[in-house]
Ligand binder design. Sequence first.
Ligand code: TPP
Ligand code: MG
Length: 380
Amino acid sequence: MPKTAARQKTETKTTKAATNGNNKTAPKDAPENEVVETGIYDVKQAQAEFNKRRKSQIASIKKLDKEFLGEMLYQMILGRLFERKCAEVYRMGKIGGFCHLYIGQEAIAVGSMMALKEGDYSITSYRDHVQAMIAGIKPEAVMAELYGKATGNVGGKGGSMHMFSKEKGFFGGHGIVGGQIGVGTGMAYAQKYKGTDNVTLCFFGEAAVNQGIFHESLNMAQLWKLPCIYICENNQYGMGTSQKRAMSISNIAKKAEGYAMAGEFVDGMDVMAVREATLRAIERARKDGSPTLLEIRAYRYMGHSMSDPGKYRTTEEIKKYQERDPIILFQDSLKEAKVFTDKDFEEFVARATAEVEKAVQFADESPFPDESELFTDVFA
Ligand SMILES: Cc1ncc(C[n+]2csc(CCOP(=O)(O)OP(=O)(O)O)c2C)c(N)n1
Ligand SMILES: [Mg+2]
């Protein structure tokens, strides 16, 4: 993606949506709307650290073949453009209900899931479209599911939050904050019980860490040596509440120490750093089932969901984080390592744009489920 195109589009489209065009601090007499700087992540410092790491990123790039690197970049671009399209068609009324977008966090899903092998599992929260596509669910099926169409990933009955494919080892798509942490732990238990060397990637947001299920699961996983890699996607907000307001410590990776578990902090804007941390965790898990907690810090550019008025943060804060856009950082390194050129990036964008358009056309042209489907697959 050419640098300027990526930056411009993201900033103009996403920041407006995220803040609903309002970047003013709320009045003092409305504390629930007060803008609080998170203060836990200095962007300048992070940028300086990344620049120091740049050499090591290029060295990691050189260890991988061009085709695989191209696929990593393509999946990040596809995720970004797919989500932008979701926002566009949502505003046109084509998607109803909840819709949580992943823009800004792409390096986490790509860096970690593309380190998996056949038979490994993954599970996540409601912010699940990009993970579902990386798992191998076709963009057409994800978009049609968002539209509530019969051709959707789960027949149009799950919508945005409930993508699922047992065949692809992708177990959702969960709307209850933290609910998937217990399920993911059970999936890892099954992998161990069956005597495989497979692992589970269990994604959740930083707000889920305050739920009891997180602590119960980590305790059990370490005690029973379950091959679960707990990936806390720290985007610094749980709906409109900053982490600082809701958590007594800012270093989530440190919480692993409470369970004698391996824990690691990772820069979620750096896809290669995510990949390498995941590979270290995978190695531990395949060897003797040891679990790991990874805190991968990133930033969501859009609102919590499409209905978020976004009054709890400023446009300036969003722009600050966009200066470290994960796609641009990766492209810059790929270019410096002489793997791809600007022309190649344009081709990736063109291919992803065509794939997204195909998905929208498929969803537009698909039928809604038949009335007779009303009572099938109903378990409650
Ligand atoms: C048990 C439960 N409590 C509250 C909610 C409402 N809720 C939905 S998302 C959310 C915030 C979660 O934030 P985080 O875990 O950081 O994930 P993110 O949305 O940032 O990806 C809340 C409180 C819920 N869905 N489930
Ligand atoms: Mg969050």
